[in-house]
Design a protein around this ligand. Structure first.
Ligand code: ATP
Ligand code: MG
Length: 426
């Protein structure tokens, strides 16, 4: 068996004999010469076949876009070639001759999503997904270093934690079940066993609106900690974000350059993130729009707030009226929650967290006021019955973070096979 090297290794070798394998990225057939740009998972490189070798030339003539091949030859500098090098081909083997590839230039977004399994061969998507891989690994690593234990919870659950309208129903042997919207209820009960717990798993939201930052299935990094305050959680979330950015800068220079993301864009994010209250945010926004105290923020407002700081920004103390029943009330600012969101300038909300209400009586009052019957989630309250402790947690949207890092117009490109309102296939 011949020894193959990756295209990246070939480029690093700079000269001498190289053997590579991959797929045809571009092919230009001239009378005397054929230029083949080959790609593999690491990079692209140009190869050249000339008429001086007739049998090789005939073989190269057959090549079509995305055909798989193995080739060997001599590497040399060539300024006009992408990446500045070219292989003078000495041997060529076509492994799988491709049928006419359906993806050409100027196709609609919808068509590209129809053939997502093929579109995933593009350098841009490969780059954003490599960055996603770095981010996921960084989140795990950051939390492990801090002593968090990963404990996962069921995806099929009997409960709806975020509200009825946005749930996917599952027929569970004739019982009603749902795809999980959040791990949080499980997480809150797990703090009595592990103190510091987290998961990174899919959450499902039947989002009925088409926006560039909502998926119906997204990966959710959820953290919960016993004896912790909102402050503690802001710090953990901030560290997770900063660590992810650091790891991407260390490992993904090439991918960032394919995506056209400059280092400066990432490096301008500095911790500690600036912090304001909801009320201050309202005051800021009122300079531009009409907005009432008590209104929730949408994408427009979130981006506007973060833009003013040119950094990630933490917003705390939302009015209780727009918070869920489990967010604790801030004794220092009654009527507001010990809760926070982190907004990114170009994306808006990336993190949502709070100190949870630990008191059974208070939580029951809140449930009553909000007219929520926990029914199948009555067990959740046991965390308050049997040794309740102050605790806090947050959820971070993995694709939202990747979307921001990669400067993606649409969150779809932060996941390989996006699920959205109109997209179930492939
Ligand atoms: P939004 O207001 O943006 O719809 P949310 O407040 O409903 O989000 P949370 O329940 O707070 O969302 O979820 C925690 C985090 O999960 C969010 O801060 C966000 O990063 C991410 N997230 C929530 N919904 C989605 C979604 N549909 N697609 C992608 N990420 C999401
Ligand atoms: Mg939220």
């Amino acid at each position: 068996m011949q020894e193959f090297m990756s295209i990246q290794e070939a480029l690093e070798k700079k000269e001498g004999n190289v053997s590579i394998r991959g797929w045809v990225y571009r092919v230009r057939k001239h009378k005397e010469k054929i230029f083949i740009v080959v790609r593999d998972s690491t990079d692209i490189i140009q190869a050249i076949v000339t008429k001086e070798n007739p049998s090789l030339f005939e073989k190269a003539k057959k090549l079509t876009i995305e055909s798989s091949l193995m080739l060997a030859g001599k590497l040399r500098k060539e300024q006009r070639a992408p990446n500045g090098y070219e292989i003078e081909v000495a041997s060529l083997e076509i492994v799988g001759l491709a049928e006419p590839f359906p993806i050409t230039k100027d196709l609609s977004e919808e068509f590209l999503l129809d053939v997502r399994h093929l579109a995933l061969r593009s350098r841009r998507l490969v780059s954003s997904l490599k960055i996603r891989s770095t981010v996921l690994f960084a989140l795990h690593e950051c939390l492990h270093k801090k002593g968090f234990v990963q404990v996962d919870a069921p995806i099929i659950t009997p409960i709806t934690s975020e509200g009825g309208a946005e749930t996917f129903k599952v027929d569970y042997f004739k019982k009603k079940a749902f795809l999980t919207q959040s791990w949080q209820f499980y997480g809150e009960t797990l703090v009595s066993s592990f103190e510091k717990v987290y998961t990174i798993a899919p959450s499902f939201r039947a989002e009925k609106s088409r926006t560039p930052r909502h998926l119906t299935e997204f990966w959710h990094c959820e953290v919960e900690q016993a004896w912790a305050s909102m402050e503690d959680m802001i710090n953990v979330a901030q560290d997770c974000i900063m660590y992810s950015i650091k790891k991407v800068l260390e490992n993904n220079q090439k991918e960032l350059s394919v995506l056209g993301v400059e280092e400066e864009y990432l490096k301008k994010i500095k911790a500690p993130f600036p912090r304001i209250t909801y009320e201050e945010a309202i005051r800021l926004l009122r300079k531009k729009y009409e907005i009432e105290y008590g209104q929730d923020f949408g994408a427009k407002e979130e981006k506007e707030i973060a833009k003013q700081f040119d950094n990630f920004v933490v917003i705390t103390n939302y009015p209780l009226s727009i918070l869920k029943f489990y967010h604790g009330e801030d004794p220092k600012m009654p009527g507001t929650g010990m809760n926070f969101n982190i907004f990114a300038p170009e994306v808006g909300e990336i993190v949502d967290g709070s100190a949870r209400e630990p008191d059974l009586k208070k939580i029951k009052e809140r449930l009553k006021k909000a007219k929520i019957k926990l029914k199948k989630a009555e067990w959740y309250l046991d965390s308050r019955r049997y040794g309740s402790v102050p605790h806090a947690g947050f959820g971070l949207g993995v694709e939202r973070l990747v979307q921001w890092i990669c400067k993606l117009d649409n969150i779809r490109d932060a996941i390989a096979f996006p699920r959205t309102l109109t997209r179930l296939e492939p």
